[in-house]
Design a protein around this ligand. Structure first.
Ligand SMILES: Cc1cc2nc3c(=O)[nH]c(=O)nc-3n(C[C@H](O)[C@H](O)[C@H](O)COP(=O)(O)O)c2cc1C
Length: 177
């Protein structure tokens, strides 16, 4: 088992593509550090076995969790995730859903914080245009924001910068990686 578990849900493939890209960025420096899992085929035991997690979630149905995450989260209700480090990335469409942009990032962060985990990888809202987001807290997104519908050309630079950031915030050097 690798040190980091990367779990994604994806209904039309965008979040899966970004998950692959994030794993690719890690593999460049540390091959095999990240295990990739589709949350739709993940057991609670698998999810809870990692101390470092990266969770990818698109917002669907106007402000809702993506279906596979919606189905999975009740399975870990009551689990203790104290001490686990979690970085979230979210996909959304700021032009089409400006009042619910990346809402699922906030919903997922709330669910995981409530279990005692630490959320790292917060990301500036600069460069996005939206009206409201449950994923925003005190001027930052609670994870990386990706908009494959409106800003696909920014995805790769954002991923590279965020992966460098979370490598530091996970303190992987101290974990002897
Ligand atoms: C019916 C529908 C509802 C959506 N609702 C939202 C939303 O509320 N907020 C948002 O930011 N994006 C919303 N989106 C945009 C998706 O999150 C975006 O297209 C994302 O890239 C899809 O990821 P996936 O291909 O991994 O499922 C919606 C898209 C559709 C088609």
């Amino acid at each position: 088992m690798a040190l980091i578990g990367l779990f994604f849900g994806s209904s039309t493939g965008h979040t899966e593509d970004v998950a692959d890209e994030i794993k690719g960025e890690f593999d460049k420096l540390s091959p095999g550090l990240v295990d990739l899992h589709n949350i739709g085929a993940t057991t609670p035991e698998q999810f809870l076995s990692y101390n470092y997690l990266i969770c990818g979630i698109p917002t669907w149905n106007t402000g809702q969790l993506q279906d596979d995450w919606e189905f999975f989260l009740p399975k870990i209700v009551g689990s203790n995730m104290t001490g686990k480090q979690i970085a979230i990335f979210g996909l959304g469409d700021q032009n089409g859903y400006g009042f619910n942009f990346l809402d699922a990032v906030g919903l997922l962060a709330e669910a995981l914080l409530e279990k005692g985990s630490d959320v790292v990888g917060l990301w500036s809202t600069d460069g996005y245009q939206f009206n409201e987001s449950l994923g925003e807290y005190e001027g930052k997104f609670l994870g990386l924001g990706i908009d494959e519908d409106g800003q696909p050309e920014l995805t790769t630079p954002r991923v590279k910068q965020w992966v460098a950031q979370i490598r530091k915030e996970f303190k992987l050097e101290e974990a002897a990686v």
